[in-house]
Design a protein. Structure first.
Length: 693
């Protein structure tokens, strides 16, 4: 039997086969395949499960010291120019594959319950399989060109899934926004890839780093040009991993079904950017200024996401901005020259963030029983409260996720986030301070989410509050970023959406725990959220030992408890402070933050609630600006270009109409015309000739 690492190419191929079969069935025998929805789900789960088994076996082989595998073939050639394709499986790839296949399996199991009554059930599972296949292919890609192919496939699948309910304006707009913003980053990535090939004659990660280093040493490539190419490549991860200012698509992506929100935020699309930066670390490490730029952008993103999350009342939007913030931490690690710390946080974050998003879906699923199929109401935490007693599994796992992301030991988030902050303290103390303060904000807003959702009294039956929120939502939509009234969006809030993800009956039922297919993934993810952090103990990191044994030995030798403890204690203290403030404000109600903060600093509160006005800026400058330019170009096209073409046609038509009367077929008439023409020419030239004096 071949080693799993030798057949790693099957990992993305198997889900792709399943997606192609179900996709073709949807096209050819749509009604029949939709009646066999459960069999389709089982089949796709089997394909993904087979990929997971190969991934786990490959990971075990890497842990046991099996060599990294790289197999290439020439995909295209022309003379000396060759494009190699194939796959590579190393420790980093095996870890990422295990993560992606695990999260995908759990999301697909969860989706069986969550999407049970949706008419697009089979289409959704098909998209999920294709999405996971694209991410797996990206992970095992051996060079930048092949990564770019799967990079675009991941973007296409995210567009399909975010806009899954395409008949809802919000989902359609969110999908378009995600697509356009990512095109900006991807265009930069493509230019950077082509530029790096021009400079090094290679698409291979290590060869590019060696080639750029050699070019810089012999002055065959200017330093500014190499730096520009590195930044262009980084634009791709900036968009995919939602870094400032290209983060604006990610919160809007919540318009898609909650399972896909969990998959995007945990293990696929946003992870792709961090993964690519880690792959290119040998290149970026050549440019300290580029590392500084990456760290700075990560720090800004980290603080921005956390500050906006402080004011969010939409449960999913709060978690979305939390993801933006955590992605900032990962990029901060990359900029500090600690890519393995960033990848470790990516792994731990994937576990508890997937659990948190699936938990939010469980809550929304239950809330729709009370408020009806009204997305804005079902996701608004002001209508929740007291759900812990009615949803014990969801509440306990959500609490574990909140503790983990807040950085409270011994849960996973503490070890991974603290490692990033420790590296930032050494490399960029100012960035460490911002990350440190953000850790306190993270703990506050996460426990704010928990207390508003699961503790206190249930507020979902308050009809007056519902009416107020409906009116407020209607006003927001009527006075939207476009400055016009959108009656269809208003209907989405007040009417029943036939394509929502919950049950169609019991619009005013009782809140209850979700079915096993939804609670099982939550319970499963709770275990790694608690224990996986122990794989990255700073004095004995088994995670780093797997990915880079030499670095693990160095870190173990350099570990100093006297340096570790003050930073760790400070990190726990700031997180505990955030939790305490949330407890006093939203659980025991001893303090009123609306008086302490909102009324004293209304401009800051509005600035945060308006999401730093970035959406408005994008709307006015880029969206409306682009439309204005397009309108002007259309005017030029219709009046100038079309005018010239139409005039030419009219002149040709008119001259043809006039000249046809001179075609009589009589030689005498033609001779007369020639004679008349000669006389006319003589008269003209005779008139213009100078007089002799």
């Amino acid at each position: 039997m071949p080693q799993a690492s030798e057949i790693a190419w099957l990992i993305p191929v198997l889900p792709l086969i399943g997606a192609v079969i179900s996709g073709l069935s949807l096209i050819s025998i749509n009604k029949k395949i939709n009646k066999l929805r459960e069999y389709v789900a089982i089949g796709l789960l089997t394909f993904v499960g087979a990929s997971a088994v190969i991934s786990y076996k490959a990971l075990l082989e890497q842990i046991n010291g099996y060599r990294s595998v790289e197999k290439l073939f020439v995909w295209a050639s022309a003379g000396d120019f060759q494009i190699p394709m194939g796959f590579v499986l190393d420790p980093l790839g095996s870890v990422m594959l295990s993560l992606v296949t695990t999260i995908t399996l759990l999301v697909m199991i969860y989706s069986h319950g969550y999407m049970a009554h949706d008419k697009g059930y089979v289409r959704f599972f098909t998209y999920l399989a294709l999405f996971s296949s694209s991410m797996m292919g990206l992970i095992i890609s051996p060079n930048l060109l092949e990564i770019y192919v799967f990079w675009e496939l991941v973007g296409m699948c995210s567009y399909l899934l975010v806009g899954f309910w395409y008949d809802r304006d919000g989902a359609a707009h969110a999908a378009q926004k995600a697509f356009v913003v990512n095109r900006v980053g991807d265009f930069g990535l493509l230019l950077g890839i082509l530029g790096l090939y021009w400079a090094t004659n290679s698409f291979d990660f290590n060869d590019i780093a060696l080639g750029i280093g050699q070019s810089l040493s012999d002055n065959s490539l200017p330093g500014w040009a190499a730096l520009l190419l590195c930044f262009l490549v980084f634009l791709g991860p900036m968009a995919k991993s939602a870094q400032f200012p290209l983060h604006v698509w990610l919160p809007d992506a919540m318009e898609g079904p909650t399972p896909i929100s969990a998959l995007i935020h945990a293990a696929t699309m946003v992870a792709a950017g961090v993964f690519l930066v880690a792959r290119l670390d040998p290149l970026y490490s050549l440019f300290p200024i580029m590392q500084f730029i990456i760290a700075m952008i990560g720090t800004i993103t980290c603080f921005l996401g956390a500050s906006i999350a402080l004011t969010q009342m939409d449960l999913k939007k709060g978690l979305a901005y939390s993801t933006v913030s955590q992605l900032g931490y990962m990029m901060l690690a990359m900029g500090c020259g600690a890519p393995l710390a960033g990848i470790f946080h990516l792994i731990t974050h994937a576990c508890f963030k997937a659990m948190l998003f699936l938990g939010s879906g469980s809550v929304i699923h239950a809330m729709e029983e009370v408020v009806g199929h009204q997305p804005v109401l079902a996701q608004d935490m002001r209508l929740m409260g007291g759900l812990r007693k009615k949803m014990p599994f969801t509440s306990i796992t959500f609490l574990i996720g909140c503790i983990a992301i807040s950085g409270i030991p011994p849960l996973a988030g503490f070890w991974s986030k603290d490692e990033i902050l420790g590296n930032a303290f050494v490399s960029f103390p100012a960035f460490w301070f911002i990350g440190f303060m953000t850790a306190g904000m993270t703990a506050f807003y996460m426990f704010r989410l928990y207390f508003l959702t699961f503790e206190g009294d249930f507020r979902g039956n308050d009809e007056q509050l519902k009416s107020t929120l409906i009116s407020a939502a209607g006003l927001i939509i009527e006075d939207d970023d476009h400055g016009n009234v959108d009656e269809h969006d208003h209907q989405d809030i007040t009417d029943i959406d036939q394509h929502e993800e919950s049950h169609e009956e019991g619009l005013h039922g009782e809140v209850h725990e979700s079915p096993w297919s939804m609670t099982f993934p939550l319970v499963f993810l709770a275990f790694p959220s608690v224990i996986i952090g122990f794989m990255g103990l700073p004095w004995d990191s088994k995670f780093i030992k797997l990915l880079n044994p030499e670095e693990a030995i160095t870190l173990a030798q350099e570990f100093d408890l006297k340096e570790f403890l003050p930073l760790a204690i400070a990190s726990v203290a700031i997180a505990s402070t955030g939790i305490t403030i949330a407890y006093l404000a939203y659980f025991v109600h001893k303090i009123d933050l609306s008086i302490i903060f909102a009324e004293r600093f209304p401009s800051i509160n509005k600035f945060l609630s308006k999401k730093w006005y970035l959406d408005e800026i994008n709307e006015k400058i880029f969206v409306k600006g682009t439309r204005r330019i397009a309108k002007e170009i259309l005017e030029v096209d219709s009046k100038v270009v079309d005018g010239v073409v139409n005039l030419t046609g009219l002149v040709t038509l008119g001259s043809g109409e006039g000249l046809k009367y001179f075609e009589t077929g009589r030689a005498q008439f033609y001779a007369l015309i020639v004679f008349g023409g000669v006389i006319l020419l003589v008269a003209i030239f005779g008139f213009q000739s100078p007089q002799v004096t």
